[in-house]
Design a protein around this ligand. Sequence first.
Ligand SMILES: [Zn+2]
Length: 199
Amino acid sequence: MQFDKTVTQRHVSIMNDVAKYKNIIRRSVWGAMPPTSPLVPDWGYDSIVVHYTGHNNLTTPHAIQGYDIEHDHFDDIAYHYIIEPGGLVYEGRELIYKGSHTYQQNTGKIGIVCVGDYDSGFLSLLRGHGFSGDPIRHPMIDSLRDLTKYLNIFFAIRTFGGHKEYGFSATCPGDQLLPIVQSIRQEFGFSAPVYRAFK
Ligand SMILES: [Zn+2]
């Protein structure tokens, strides 16, 4: 199917409807910086990519946006939604725009980042997160599941997975969170991503 990739009023109103769900905290409320340059429209999403913030100790939407712009030189926060461990959901990059979360294959992919370090092992230990990384909290998983369910009402989501399953990440969303992502995929009957090696 060919999707219209220009921003229409209908897209904005669906984005707003999604945001009303579960009181997603809008950019204007958490005080997002405007994008540093005009973003590319996207729509017709058929995939969801789950990420973690990992080892960088980025715990707030401000910190994530600052890192993505200053360190990664993106035009805005990379992800469309941010879920913190207590289950609060923040709006990231506006859904009408293409994300910057899955290298060279962002088109049609909604990016959701879970705040925390869900790796086990020495890397997490060295960063002060403990050998098992951060504990995975139920409210965060419930919000991930609910947000997915709701997005699937507006978009015919087919593919759901962790970042590393799509390619170009060795660890994201962490070896502790990935099995949970895979079980949500099974629960919804979504397909696993096709792994794309970086060329
Ligand atoms: Zn990632």
